[in-house]
Design a binder for this molecule. Structure first.
Ligand SMILES: NC(=O)c1ccc[n+]([C@@H]2O[C@H](COP(=O)([O-])OP(=O)(O)OC[C@H]3O[C@@H](n4cnc5c(N)ncnc54)[C@H](OP(=O)(O)O)[C@@H]3O)[C@@H](O)[C@H]2O)c1
Length: 166
């Protein structure tokens, strides 16, 4: 199953100031880009901290949310998961999905990269600087990438697309 990580990042490499930072700082064009690619895949995988920043589940997509909670509240459109990411992806494949968007945050991105499950990375670089904050991945990595494409989506923002080389 193809996993495409899609994130918005400040010029200084941050995805948020804190774990509960509401993602209201990204451009309209980035939101449109995320909506388009995630609706194509029909499924977005994320951590519970990211999910908690949304006012409601992402519509028209299955929200696959990693949590350690024993009995998370049932919510329409949400599949709560835990355990090995490979097992979660196997379940999604059995459900008929061929690709999925990995939508953050830093912890879940790090877990998927550590398991060598990220195939492509699409980053919108937004014209902002946060200084302190969360990076794209939690963990210690030394991973190589190959540039696929670079697209200017408005006057100030670009989407960089990379293949991950393992
Ligand atoms: N700029 C962007 O494009 C972008 C995109 C996405 C997110 N973000 C930002 O990223 C921040 C959140 O990132 P984060 O790194 O703090 O958290 P996160 O990766 O979104 O979620 C971490 C959560 O995953 C769950 N978890 C951890 N280990 C697990 C395991 N082994 N099995 C199952 N579930 C497990 C836990 O949920 P429980 O606590 O429920 O157990 C943990 O709190 C937010 O500020 C958000 O706005 C930015």
């Amino acid at each position: 199953m193809k996993i495409i990580m899609v994130m918005a990042m400040t010029l200084d490499g941050k995805i948020a100031k804190t774990s509960n930072h509401f993602p209201d700082w990204t451009s309209r064009e980035d939101k449109k880009y995320f909506a388009r690619v995630s609706k194509e895949a029909r499924v977005v995988i994320m951590g519970d901290k990211t999910f908690a920043t949304f006012p409601s589940p992402l519509k028209e997509r299955l929200n696959v949310v990693f949590t350690l909670e024993e009995n998370p509240k049932e919510i329409e459109g949400v599949k709560w998961v835990k355990g090995e990411p490979e097992d979660v992806l196997k379940d999604l494949e059995d459900m008929g999905y061929e690709s999925a968007i990995l939508g953050g945050g830093a912890f879940i991105n790090g877990m998927f990269l550590d398991h060598k499950l990220v195939d492509e990375i699409h980053i919108t670089v937004e014209p902002k600087i946060f200084g302190d904050g969360l990076g794209l991945f939690k963990g210690d990595f030394d991973v190589n990438l190959k540039l696929i494409d670079c697209e200017k989506i408005n006057d100030d923002s670009v989407v960089l697309k990379y293949n991950v080389v393992y």
